[in-house]
Design a protein around this ligand. Structure first.
Ligand SMILES: *[C@@H]1O[C@H](CO)[C@@H](O)[C@H](O)[C@H]1NC(C)=O
Ligand SMILES: *[C@@H]1O[C@H](CO)[C@@H](O)[C@H](O)[C@H]1NC(C)=O
Ligand SMILES: *[C@@H]1O[C@H](CO)[C@@H](O)[C@H](O)[C@H]1NC(C)=O
Ligand SMILES: [Zn+2]
Length: 939
């Protein structure tokens, strides 16, 4: 990619054409720039390098984007994988509609060996002058001797490819001694399976045929319509029904020897009933009952919610042993990582269930929102991902209300992105992207977490039923089509206008989606029982400088303010237009305190005067009924961020946490847990660290005493609270918890594999394995490593993989890292997670940092620069760095390897975090340490 940039800037210097999108280049320059030499097929060779000046007579458009003038209508695709050889043969016949006369057609291809290209009109060959591949653009270029008139054509291509090159595209996956074939195309990997117009707007129908060995099952988006046996090769050619129009990234092909379970979906008259099937490896089907149950109920929920029939005749879900991401919403055939799908009642924790359920309902939401109606281009990815991420909580709230997912939205989704979005290195929700690296990089917290937070805020002021109706109208209006953000807003607008005739919904939402970051509202008492509210961009580094004129809204937002007082929740929304410098809230007689942003539905922070914070802390301590558990979580979350950014003293933040001795709900504790863990890593190895340990022990003791280490039958949310408190106790080394954990760990380890061994309660496993391993000897570690290698259950494997990273002994961690690199021990799709685990351990941090710098080229080779997971590893492993030395090391590492691929923004984030950590230590550490000291002395 950086090579391409180099060429672009070269051309810009020559002032030839607009450089951004319609870059014009000659073949000569393509040759000149060297980047395609190896990819130009034998059929076409550029023989002379003409002088650059001759580029005036350019003939060819070079762009990452395909022309909109050649539209695929149908793909007739046959794929024949050969699992023994690890290769596949393919044939595709693409029916295209050429809208305007032209001499060339470009489409996508990557890593494929293109053997033959024919273009036909009415079954007659059209002479092809040459075809060749430009690897840098991942395109196949077909040039004709004479211009093609507008009209319908068929492009017929024979090709072959590798199944073992990566774990995206079309690939083979091994498990035990078996092999299966699967695919993962989102966002730009369909082109690795077949030449295609690989952009979401090019929707077409698909006639898919897969060749499979006998005994295998072939699956694709649609239902099977025929299977023809070829006795010579002992294979079956399985053909599937023609698909509805869909984007290439949603196509999916699987060959496996799995079993399944099925259920009928009750559509309540909205469309025909259909079958939902869940697939897993043979012998594992008892682990799909949970997914099947969630899947069935969520699908029925969505049909009612959207009021749109499920668009396909069947729906399958499948757990794939080697899978790059958590899951992908392939239409009619949703693919999952095993840990995101399989639940073994005997070993899975409550948290495992909730997380599997979340993934399933997320992917199912896409079957309509995303698949039926798709973003025009990846710029609007947030619409897909933000929406599905928000629907997760709505669907689960409907089908499992006792899980209180609406409150958990704060800790699962919103709080983390409020941190990353308070950095200069963040980006706007709607962001221009062009290249595959840029596209994969925006599958990030901004698209998912901020996208969903902003939609939640929108629903908050539009109203739940209005929001649903707008979404339903939108799906009906644009089905099988593509949209931009504005299309959703236009569908919501009539419902919004009913209650807000004077406001402009597009303007309001544009301020949230088209500029980076979010505001902090500063509240000060005004005249005569009023509050004056002003706004400013919230940055964790308050001294950071940026140009406010670099976007049209100048970092001001159109803010819906909600609030409550001691007398209850105000029904009114106070609108704070981006162009006003402040707004006034008029309190009622008798209002003694006020809290803004009910349940933290608004995507902003609120800063009060110290006196007002004091009042709120009193309310928290007095267990005010007005403050919901989301309000309490919100206050904890805000006060720490505001203290870091120096809007309020750290003393106030610490003062606020003293109320936790009376807090008994999960979500506020989960919020506090995050803050304490962050604080602990900032204070590591300092006096403050010891103080914090004692302080947290003090806070949790009342609630710890109410928990049991024995299995108890309690509601789900109580189970989550119990695990949170017990793990905080272990994390902050409460002596009675520490000894209990070690005792449970050793008795588990000793009895494993012996007759009568008692299994440990699933909810305690993560805690006991991990904290039990903290002080493990090499012998104990080796034993757990063996258990890990022998373990077959993916959730259990994952807990053990985590536990293996716990020891305080760096030599053990070094051994772990070496063993994990071998993919016979740890799968490629899990390896980077192990690296992150070890880096989270203070004893492993330096080890990982050295490893990454020393072996970076090997990492790039194994995972590719296009992997956002590799890109995100850098901010991940360096998140606690807080010295100038580390800053220099990081800068020199980046300059040694300037190509960041999809990890470009991640590098900037990492640097900004590191500088922030240095600043934090200098600015706040003394205050926090002093506060802890004073508090503990007065206990
Ligand atoms: C609403 O705001 C958008 C974006 O600022 C603007 O383009 C549009 O003209 C506005 N509509 C009306 C009716 O004022
Ligand atoms: C609020 O805005 C008005 C109008 O711009 C201004 O005159 C006033 O000083 C502002 N008040 C505060 C407290 O900032
Ligand atoms: C923190 O709480 C203590 C004890 O209640 C109080 O004396 C102190 O003023 C508070 N600090 C701030 C900055 O509010
Ligand atoms: Zn998604």
């Amino acid at each position: 990619m950086s090579l391409l940039i180099l060429v672009i800037s070269l051309v810009c210097l020559l002032r030839i054409h607009d450089c951004k999108t319609n870059l014009m280049l000659s073949f000569d320059l393509v040759k000149f720039s060297k980047f395609t030499l190896q990819s130009v097929t034998k059929r076409y060779r550029v023989s002379t390098v003409k002088p650059i000046k001759r580029m005036e007579s350019l003939k060819m458009k070079l762009s990452d984007r395909l022309s909109g003038l050649v539209l695929p209508v149908n793909y007739n695709l046959k794929l024949h994988p050969n699992m023994e050889k690890g290769t596949f043969e393919g044939h595709v016949n693409i029916h295209v509609n050429v809208k305007e006369e032209r001499k060339h057609i470009y489409l996508h291809t990557k890593f494929l060996d293109i053997k033959n290209v024919k273009v036909l009109k009415d079954n007659k060959d059209i002479p092809v002058a040459k075809f060749f591949e430009v690897a840098q653009l991942e395109q196949l270029m077909i040039h004709f001797e004479q211009a093609l008139p507008a009209g319908h054509y068929h492009i017929d291509i024979d090709f072959s490819g590798s199944l073992t090159k990566s774990i995206v595209g079309f690939y083979a996956s091994r498990y035990k001694d078996r092999t299966m074939v699967a695919s993962k195309f989102e966002p730009t990997y369909a082109r690795q399976a077949f030449p295609c117009f690989d952009e979401p707007e090019f929707k077409a129908t698909f006639d898919i045929a897969l060749v499979k060995p006998k005994g295998y099952t072939a699956l694709s988006n649609m239902n099977e319509i025929s299977s023809v046996h070829d006795s010579k090769t002992n294979t079956d050619v399985v053909s599937f029904a023609r698909s509805v129009p869909m984007s290439t990234y949603l196509a999916c092909f699987v060959l496996c020897e799995f079993d399944f379970k099925e259920t009928e979906i009750n559509t309540n008259g909205i469309g025909d009933p259909f079958t939902l099937r869940s697939y897993a490896r043979k012998g594992e089907t008892q682990k799909i009952d949970f997914a099947q149950s969630i899947g069935q109920r969520a699908t029925e929920f969505y049909i009612k919610y959207y009021e749109v029939p499920f668009p396909l005749p069947k729906l399958d879900m499948i757990a794939i042993p080697e899978y790059q991401s958590g899951a992908t919403e392939h239409w009619g055939l949703i693919t999952y990582r095993e840990t995101s799908f399989l639940i073994d009642d005997a070993t899975a924790s409550t948290q495992n269930r909730i997380s599997v359920a979340n993934t399933i309902v997320h992917e199912l939401a896409h079957m309509w929102f995303g698949n039926l109606v798709t973003m025009k281009w990846w710029d609007d990815l947030w619409l897909n991902e933000g929406f599905a991420t928000y629907m997760q909580v709505k669907a689960l709230d409907a089908i499992e209300p006792s899980w209180t997912m609406l409150d958990q939205f704060l800790t699962k989704t919103m709080h983390s992105v409020l941190v990353s979005d308070a950095k200069l290195a963040s980006h706007a929700i709607v962001q221009t992207v062009e290249t595959p690296d840029e596209i994969t990089a925006i599958f990030d917290a901004i698209s998912y977490n901020k996208g969903s937070s902003v939609l939640r805020m929108l629903e908050g002021f539009v109203g739940e039923e209005n929001f649903r109706r707008g979404v339903s109208d939108y799906l009906k209006r644009y089905k099988y089509g593509n949209t931009v953000t504005q299309d959703l807003l236009a569908s919501l607008e009539p419902y919004f206008k009913k209650d807000h005739p004077d406001l402009n919904l597009t303007l309001i939402m544009d301020t949230w989606t088209r500029q980076t970051g979010y505001p902090v509202l500063t509240v000060t008492p005004g005249d005569a029982h009023t509050l004056v509210v002003s706004q400013a961009r919230f940055l964790l580094d308050r001294s950071a400088t940026y140009n406010t004129r670099d976007n049209q809204f100048q970092y001001r937002w159109f803010v819906p303010i909600t609030y409550k007082t001691n007398q209850g929740t105000s029904k009114r929304i106070v609108w704070f237009p981006n162009e006003e410098s402040n707004v006034t809230i008029t309190l009622s007689p008798g209002d003694t305190w006020c809290k803004l942003n009910n349940n933290q539905v608004g995507y902003y922070r609120v800063s009060y005067t110290e006196e007002m914070w004091g009042q709120l802390i009193q309310q928290l301590k007095g267990k005010s009924e007005q403050l919901t558990l989301s309000d309490r979580a919100h206050l904890i979350n805000d006060v720490f961020a505001l203290a870091t950014a120096e809007y309020v003293s750290y003393e106030v933040a610490m003062n606020l946490t003293t109320y936790l001795t009376v807090e008994e709900d999960y979500v506020p504790w989960d919020t506090a847990d995050t803050e304490f863990v962050k604080l602990a890593s900032r204070l590591e190895n300092s006096l403050g660290g010891e103080g914090l340990r004692k302080y947290v022990q003090h806070l949790i003791t009342p609630l710890y005493k109410k928990q049991s280490w024995d299995q108890t039958d309690i509601p789900v949310i109580q189970k989550l609270l119990r695990v949170r408190i017990l793990s905080l106790a272990a994390r902050f080394e409460l002596p009675q918890a520490q000894s209990k954990v070690r005792e449970l760990f050793l008795s588990w380890l000793d009895s494993r594999g012996t007759a009568g061994a008692k299994d440990m309660e699933p909810d305690l496993r993560s805690i006991v394995y991990f904290y039990g391993m903290k002080s493990a000897s090499q012998a104990e570690w080796d034993k757990v490593w063996q258990l890990f290698l022998e373990e077959r259950d993916p959730q259990e494997q994952q807990k053990l993989r985590h536990a293996l990273s716990a020891p305080a002994n760096t030599n053990i961690l070094r051994k772990y890292l070496t063993l994990a690199w071998d993919q016979n021990n740890v799968r490629t799709s899990d390896y980077l997670i192990v690296v992150q685990y070890i880096a989270n351990n203070p004893s492993g941090r330096a080890l990982i940092w050295d490893e990454i710098r020393a072996k970076w080229p090997e990492y790039v080779k194994r995972f590719s620069l296009n992997s956002r997971y590799l890109g995100n590893l850098i901010p991940g492993i360096s998140s606690t760095f807080d010295t100038e030395v580390k800053l220099q090391e990081m800068e020199s590492f980046f300059s040694q390897y300037p190509e960041a691929g999809a990890g470009e923004a991640a590098r900037r984030r990492a640097l900004e975090t590191l500088r922030g950590n240095i600043r934090w230590r200098e600015t706040h550490e003394p205050t926090v340490t002093q506060w802890l000291n004073d508090y503990l002395t007065n206990l």
